[in-house]
Design a protein around this ligand. Sequence first.
Ligand code: GLU
Length: 471
Amino acid sequence: MIRTRFAPSPTGYLHIGGVRTALFSWLFARKMGGEFILRIEDTDLERSTQESVNAILEGMAWLGLDYDKGPFYQTHHFDRYKEVIQQLLDQGDAYYCYASSEELDAMREQQRANGEKPRYDGRYRDFKGTPPEGIKPVIRFKNPLDGEVVIDDLVKGQVTIRNTEIDDLVIARSDGTPTYNLTVVVDDWDMGITHVIRGDDHLNNTPRQINILKALGAPIPKYSHIPMVLGTDGARLSKRHGAVSVLQYKEEGFLPEALLNYLVRLGWAHGDQEIFTMDQMVEAFSLEAVNNAPSTFNDEKCEWVSQQHIQAATPEHLARHLSLFMTERGCDLSQGPALELVADLLRDRAKTLIEMADSALYFYKDFTEFEANAAKKHLRPVAGEPLALVLKKFNELELEDWKAEPIHQAIQAAADELELGMGKVGMPLRVAITGGGQSPSIDATAELIGKDRCLTRLQMALDFIAARTEG
Ligand code: GLU
């Protein structure tokens, strides 16, 4: 059984680069009919926060990246890590190192002075004497002294590292707590992870982890190291570049599958297809097709992808995600048309759900003023007569005929009677019933706003014009 994991450290928000790694792991597991595990790597007690754990869980839930097992917390596994560290000590693959930090500093200083790369020199590797007083030792892994580690990385290709380049890594701190490389190895082993898919900032750790796995007689998973996501300035994507927390994209009105679609195309291609449903993504995904070069995040492209998904979504799906933004804007959705219908009507014009929500307010909320510019231009004295006639014709429409087509006919009849072009009637009407100069087709818009509201607002526009004429 194929098993992948996403293993974030809860030391900040869930960022876009992390989400892409999670997505690739999830896609691969789903594609292969395997399992996807969520593991929270919270052993850094000082930097890990519950807030960050919550942000990870909320982000994964919003994105729909569901996990088959977990969330597991590494802080719940300390006994197991201790046990494995003891096993390594017992079998002679780990040892206590009593070097003080001053001693290690001096060692590195010396190495630098000799023009060498600073590294632990293995001075306690075969130590048999009496330990120095007053030092709480760390425990180090005995890395093999010769040979090499070969990683057949599914994204990077073959990477070979000589063991002489790897020093003896600390696996337990002097207070006994395990370090990152040890905990990852133990969990990947215990959880039966077959494919480790992670950011290529971890590539340096991989040969160390493989050596520890080998010492434990554990199977070695396959590795895929995913290149970084960069900002447009070529630097690794970070806070400086604006929205990098996944929840910020939620707040900015992106559909989750649109963000995932954008992220999957960053560094992965399937012919020249740009837009994927989640099912299509799963179907087409392969690790071999992941690009081995960093990719650049582009806000405009992300918005374009968002727009494509807004176009393609079912009205129900759009409405489900849109409702949050409507409520945020003080709309009572029971006081207006079904949100599905509104979303369907507005989808052509919106790049994000925020834009859609902002242009949907007049369906649910009454206004007390018309937008100044639109009113100045279109609610002029000449509009009084056509608006009054439209009001009369609207009034005569039976409630069951309050549909786009009869509404259209009523407006047309008013225009014909007064020998006016449709525009001369349509624009003032638009401003009257929506409050502003922009809306989808006026008949469909009027239908959804509802008869009562249209009549009230038309009267309000007539009063406005009358006041203006007098003034
Ligand atoms: N916890 C690590 C991180 O957040 C990931 C470890 C891994 O994937 O092996 O960067």
